[in-house]
Every structure is written in structure tokens, then in C-alpha cells.
Design a protein around this ligand. Structure first.
Ligand code: AR6
Length: 393
């Protein structure tokens, strides 16, 4: 049931069915249509001839021939003429009819290109919204994996506020320089030494011997510093290493702070007033998730659908109180439950994670949670645009 985004060429996708953005004749053309016919071979055209065309907004199915899929579903998107000529309904219908055909043919996975957004000129952002909402609605009642294949990754144009937010909040690892690294790692002696070095020289008052001694010391210090700088610039060069170190430390602090708070809370309770020690045990991720689902009034399936998580994974989490989900899965549930920022952070902490400013993924998620925007498909579209892991399965 998940909805996924992939970059690439749809003719290479190994799904049960791929969808072709065809024209009314179904006899091939340019764009994705041309690419599909070229990759499938002439047998596809021969079968298409037997179908006698297709109406706009409808879909027809053929074999996949030399493609790595069982079927090709041909659908004809509307030509965009300003949006007031039934284009949204027709485009939606392309997705719905194609999905229905896939289900009738027992497909477990189906891949779509961005129909009508090429030669037919449909604005990419609007087309992406229609595609996502049609697929989402369909997936509420069907178990299927739907892939949206973006050919050059530019089928949607992205949110300007998000890019501004990222610029402001992302502690971009590649921008780490030795000074920022140093802030993280500086030891008091190093700082003192630097301050000492910055003082103007007072050589006049030194004897020749003392001067020699000082020079020698400076030499050693210089050497030491050089080595230190080398180490630092190496660390700065290895973005991932620096990033990991910093976020590990932040995670550790977050963990320590949480335990501290828990201890303080436990200590502030009067002795003997709480004989039930279960209250003092930490609630696990799975327990918190189930509690939050109950509190929200959602059913389990509503929740995992909204989280873009499949039923099997949800059952695993449900039946194992100590299950430790991946960070994207934990966040997917926080988003599905529409948790405000503090609770989302708490849920993440239960799974052993914390938000970090040095992670682009985290910054994007925070952008949406702070604005209380919980549409997982929109979040995934942006994550996808920035080459980040997607939420859910
Ligand atoms: N894989 C995935 N997506 C692709 C590929 C590919 N190999 N090639 C192009 N796209 P278009 P339309 C994307 O023009 O607008 C044909 O001639 C492309 O970037 O193929 O529905 C038909 O015969 C774009 O976002 O289809 C019709 O006459 C999207 O696929 C007419 O074009 C759709 O672009 C249909 O026009």
C-alpha cells in the first residue's frame, strides 16, 4: 500500500505494471510513450493496434513484452488548456482508471510517469497534487505499491519557504570549517594558548637565552598547532564523520537530559505515595504509539495508511513492545498522528532518536511539523527533491 517516489527511467522499473502517457491513437509517440515502445519492442505496437485507440481520461492494458514489467497500462492525459476545460477531472481519471485496471489484473505494484506534464503541458505542481490525492484515495482500500517515477526530478517545483527555512536552519556539514569544528572540540588549554599567541611580542624585555627558549617553544607549539589544524581540516573534509560526531553528541545529551528529567520527576514524588512502580518505567515507542492512536480516535489502519506504512510492519511494531523503528518510520507515525512539535520529539526520543540541525532530513521534517502540516505525501515530495530518505515504507 505505500506510495513511493523514484527518480529515473520508467522503462527500467521492475513493477508488475508501468503506465504509459499515451495519445488517443495508442500508436506511439514521443516522450515517455516513445521510450516505452522502444524498450518494449514492436510486439507492443502490434497489440496496441488491436485496441482501437483510447479516450482521454481512460486506460487500456497490454503485455510488457521486452520491458521488465508484466503489463503496460496506456492512459491518455488531457492537453492543458488553462485548466478550465475539465483537465483536473480528466487527469485524475487517468490515475484512477489505471489503478483500477492494475487491481483487476492482480498487480501488486504499478509505476506512473507524471502524466500530461510533458508535451501536454500540465503544470507540474498541480499535476503532482492530483496524482498524489488520487493514489492516496485508492490506497485506502487497496493493498498495492504505487511508484511515481520522476524522470529528471523536476516534475514538481518545490516550496520556496522550505528552501529559505533550510538555508536558515540547516547546519550544513559541507559548510563546517575548522572554526566551527573547533567550537565543538576546543579544549580550554587550546583556547588559552591561542589567546596567548595573539598577544603582541614583548621581545625587547627578554634576554637572548629566554628568546631562544621562547622560539623553541613556539616551534613546538607551531608544530602542535599545525598537526591540530591538519586533523581539524581532515575532520571538516569528512562531512559525514563530523556530522555523525556532532549529532551523536547531541543525541547523547538529549538522552542524558531525558534520563535526568525522569529521575527528577521520580525523585520529586513523595516516598510511598506511588507503590505502583510500573508508572516509573519508561513507556516504549510501541506503547506510546498505541496510546496515541487510541487518544486520537483513529483506527490502527487509518494510522498506518496515513503514515505510509504497510500493514506487516505495523503488526510487527504492535506485537513487540520493544520494537525499535527506523527514524523515518518513527517520524512517519508522529506525522500520521499529527503530533505537535514537542510530542513528535518525545515520540522520536522513545525510538532512540533526536532531531539534529546538522541533518537536512531532520530540518525538512521540522519545517512541516512546526507548521503543523501533516500531509505525508507532500513531505515525501520535498524529501525526495532533496534526495533524502522518504517517510514510511
Ligand atoms: N521515464 C519516466 N518519465 C519520463 C520518461 C521516462 N523514460 N520520459 C519522459 N518522462 P510526455 P504527456 C516524463 O511528454 O505530457 C507523447 O508523444 C517527462 O519528463 O511523455 O502526457 C504521447 O504520444 C514528463 O514529465 O507525456 C502523447 O502524444 C512526463 O514523462 C504526448 O506525448 C510526461 O511527458 C503525451 O504527453
Amino acid at each position: 500500500m505505500p506510495l513511493l517516489f523514484v527518480k529515473g527511467d520508467i522503462t527500467k522499473i521492475k513493477a508488475d505494471a508501468i503506465v504509459n502517457a499515451a495519445n488517443n491513437s495508442l500508436l506511439g509517440g514521443g516522450g515517455v510513450d516513445g521510450a516505452i515502445h522502444r524498450a518494449a519492442g514492436p510486439e507492443l505496437l502490434a497489440e496496441c493496434r488491436t485496441l482501437h485507440g483510447c479516450e482521454t481520461g481512460e486506460a487500456k492494458i497490454t503485455g510488457g513484452y521486452r520491458l521488465p514489467c508484466k503489463y503496460v497500462i496506456h492512459t491518455v492525459g488531457p492537453v492543458y488548456r488553462g485548466g478550465n476545460h475539465g483537465e483536473p477531472e480528466l487527469l485524475r481519471s487517468c490515475y484512477v482508471k489505471s489503478l483500477e485496471l492494475a487491481a483487476e489484473n492482480q498487480c501488486e505494484s504499478v509505476a506512473f510517469p507524471a502524466i500530461s506534464t510533458g508535451v501536454y503541458g500540465y503544470p507540474k505542481e498541480e499535476a503532482a497534487e492530483i496524482a498524489a490525492s488520487a493514489a492516496r484515495e485508492f490506497l485506502e482500500t487497496h493493498e498495492m505499491t504505487v511508484l511515481f517515477v520522476y524522470y529528471n526530478g523536476a516534475e514538481t517545483s518545490g516550496r520556496r519557504e522550505l528552501s529559505e527555512y533550510i538555508r536558515k536552519h540547516w547546519y550544513e556539514p559541507s559548510k563546517y570549517n575548522m572554526y566551527t569544528v573547533r567550537e565543538e572540540t576546543a579544549e580550554p588549554e587550546a583556547v588559552a594558548e591561542e589567546a596567548e599567541d595573539a598577544k603582541p611580542p614583548v621581545q625587547d624585555s627578554l634576554s637572548a637565552e629566554k628568546r631562544r627558549e621562547k622560539e623553541a617553544r613556539k616551534g613546538v607549539t607551531g608544530l602542535f598547532k599545525k598537526r591540530k589544524l591538519t586533523f581539524e581540516s581532515e575532520a571538516a573534509g569528512s562531512d559525514a564523520a563530523v556530522c555523525n560526531r556532532v549529532s551523536e553528541r547531541r543525541d547523547a545529551y538529549a538522552g542524558a537530559a531525558a534520563s535526568c528529567q525522569a529521575m527528577q520527576a521520580a525523585a520529586s514524588k513523595p516516598m510511598g505515595a506511588h507503590p505502583d512502580f510500573r508508572g516509573m518505567l519508561d513507556e516504549s515507542f510501541s506503547q506510546m504509539l498505541l496510546r496515541k492512536i487510541d487518544e486520537s480516535g483513529m483506527t490502527d489502519s487509518e494510522c498506518y495508511h496515513r503514515a505510509n506504512i504497510d500493514r506487516k510492519l505495523f503488526s510487527k511494531i504492535r506485537s513487540d513492545a520493544l520494537y525499535r523503528p527506523s527514524k523515518p518510520t518513527a517520524i512517519a507515525f508522529a506525522v500520521a498522528l499529527q503530533l505537535p512539535p514537542a510530542e513528535a520529539e518525545e515520540m522520536l526520543k522513545k525510538a532512540g532518536y533526536a532531531f539534529s540541525q546538522s541533518s537536512l532530513f531532520d530540518v525538512i521534517i521540522r519545517f512541516f511539523i512546526e507548521r503543523q502540516e501533516y500531509d505525508i505525501l507532500k513531505i515525501n515530495e520535498e524529501l525526495f527533491r532533496y534526495d533524502q530518505p522518504l517517510l514510511g515504507a
